[in-house]
Design a protein around this ligand. Sequence first.
Ligand code: CU
Length: 120
Amino acid sequence: MFKSIGVALASLVFALGLGASAAAPVAAHPSIDIVASNWKFTPGIVTAHLNEPTTLRLTSSGGVHGIQSDELGIPSTTIMPGKFVTVTFTPKKLGTYLVHCAVFCGAGHADMVLTVKVVQ
Ligand SMILES: [Cu+2]
């Protein structure tokens, strides 16, 4: 008796879980997690779609970094260790954009680049 209730509950929770994950892509626009560190972004290359909002969820695993791009419409955003900051932008022009780290972070700062590919 108790066993069958447990199984029924487990299947219900499982079904609800599937329902939620199946609905998520329809409800929200793309979100990409990016980890900044000394001295790179991981992933280093991300893809966004023309005229579609994309959210970047940024955090740092070491050091304070930042991004900013007038061309992509990304406002100046500081990335702090252990915290998440989100920025949403809508690219208006196709192309490959090099977004340099916007906060001086030491020896590798000049080479710290996030590549954003804007595709159709
Ligand atoms: Cu930097």
